[in-house]
Design a protein around this ligand. Structure first.
Ligand SMILES: Cc1cc2nc3c(=O)[nH]c(=O)nc-3n(C[C@H](O)[C@H](O)[C@H](O)COP(=O)(O)OP(=O)(O)OC[C@H]3O[C@@H](n4cnc5c(N)ncnc54)[C@H](O)[C@@H]3O)c2cc1C
Length: 376
């Protein structure tokens, strides 16, 4: 048979795309070389954040993406583990704090509710364990945390069970050609449209079709620390050090550390985060982990005493202009990747945009900044 759509990659982007296409009545095959959501999806903290952005196309997309989480919660229920706990961008440095009122205005203008908490006492009133020195914080109550792996799996399951999509795991796409994908092993899967959503591994598939996509993996390391008694309220919010705002949008190759800390759904503490363009190097750096723990302990001193449980790395799909590539790249070939550290926030809305474009629906925002052809 010839499918309407073959989606390559079953991370949160591919699963959302498959579900959105299938529920619009398209025949869909979702292909992954491994498991559903066995790639980058599920290796992060699962945050959906407007608070770490600034005015521009990524924020506009994130506002729509965060709204969509209400629908996902209705669809998937408790399995999505959505916690609307809000985020605090905290400022130990006077310089970053001085710039925050203007950014808060820009966030509000984009439709993001946020509040300035002036001084350490005001911050501690909402997050008592932040006993390190602080000038203040930006509070964004609508930001949330979820379980991206469960969401991707849930969408793939509903696409298959309710809308007839074929979900094929252990199916590695070796190459794309006009009207088909070729699996490793020789099988040809015919499809009128192919959506490349293979996360940080998308580049060779695109380049094989002559599509320029300067995508690179941007490595991130996270660590989990155990609380003696699990307590999901140990920290009530996602805590982000204000210096993170400088790191997310930088284009350098040097390793960057910015402190993010929060409790997990099961009541332990997760600390990050690092950014490094060093290829697909899967090693965990223990010295780096210690440094990250020390930095987090400057904000939340109790963290210095916690016992390490685990650490891991993942690879964010990074494009040089820090915007994802979403849309048609050539006849019958679509790109949906490059979401870097915001693919959980942006995955579901990306799926909706791709499926909507295939179905001839009007786009929900100006898509020109995300055009895959901008790297040609
Ligand atoms: C440490 C860290 C923390 C993060 N925290 C957050 C966060 O809090 N919030 C947020 O929004 N984002 C976060 N991110 C980013 C987010 O995880 C990614 O942007 C997102 O998961 C990308 O999803 P994806 O579906 O594009 O890719 P992936 O989840 O990587 O899925 C791609 C899939 O393609 C498959 N594949 C690859 N090549 C082939 C092939 N040739 N044939 C078939 N299948 C193939 C892979 O097996 C994989 O399953 C974080 C990332 C990291 C590393």
């Amino acid at each position: 048979m010839t499918y309407d759509v073959a989606v390559v990659g079953a991370g949160i982007v591919g699963c959302a795309t498959a579900w959105e296409c299938a529920r619009r009545g398209m025949s869909v095959v979702l292909l992954d070389r491994g498991e559903v959501s066995g790639g980058t999806t599920g290796l992060g903290e699962g945050n959906v954040l407007c608070s770490d952005k600034d005015a521009g196309p990524e924020l506009a997309l994130t506002v729509l993406g965060r709204e969509l989480y209400g629908e996902l919660e209705e669809l998937l229920g408790a399995a999505a583990r959505i916690r609307r706990k809000g985020a605090l961008i905290v400022h130990p440095l006077a310089e970053t704090w001085a710039a925050e009122p203007a950014r808060a205005e820009r966030l509000r203008a984009a439709g993001v509710e946020c509040f300035m908490l002036d001084g350490a006492e005001a911050v501690r009133a909402v997050e008592p364990r932040l006993t390190g020195p602080l000038h203040g914080a930006l509070h964004v109550p609508g930001d949330l945390q979820c379980d991206p792996r469960a969401i991707a799996r849930g969408l793939a399951r509903i696409a298959a069970e309710e809308h007839g999509a074929a979900v094929r795991t252990g199916a590695e796409v070796a190459r794309v050609e006009d009207g088909a994908v070729l699996l490793r092993g020789g099988e040809r899967v015919a499809a009128r449209h192919v959506v490349l959503a293979a996360g940080p591994w998308t580049r060779p598939l695109a380049e094989g079709m002559g599509i320029a996509l300067p995508l690179e993996p941007r490595k991130g390391q996270l660590s989990r620390f155990r609380l003696p008694v699990p307590d999901a309220e140990f920290l009530k919010h996602k805590i982000v050090d204000g210096s993170y705002l400088l790191s997310v949008t930088s284009t350098g190759t040097a390793r960057e550390i910015s402190t993010v800390v929060e409790t997990t759904y099961d009541g332990h503490v997760i600390i990050g985060s690092t950014r490094e363009r060093s290829g697909f190097d899967p090693s965990v750096d223990l010295a780096l982990e210690q440094e990250v723990q020390q930095r987090a302990a400057r904000l939340v001193p109790e963290i210095a005493t916690l016992q390490r449980d685990d650490a891991w790395v993942g690879f964010r799909p990074w494009l040089p202009d820090h915007l994802p590539a979403i849309g048609q790249a050539r006849d019958g070939v679509w790109i949906a990747t490059g979401h870097e550290g915001a693919g959980v926030a942006l995955g579901p809305i990306t799926g909706r945009i791709i499926a909507g474009a295939l179905a001839g629906e009007p786009p929900p925002l100006d898509l020109s900044p995300f055009a895959p052809g901008r790297f040609a």
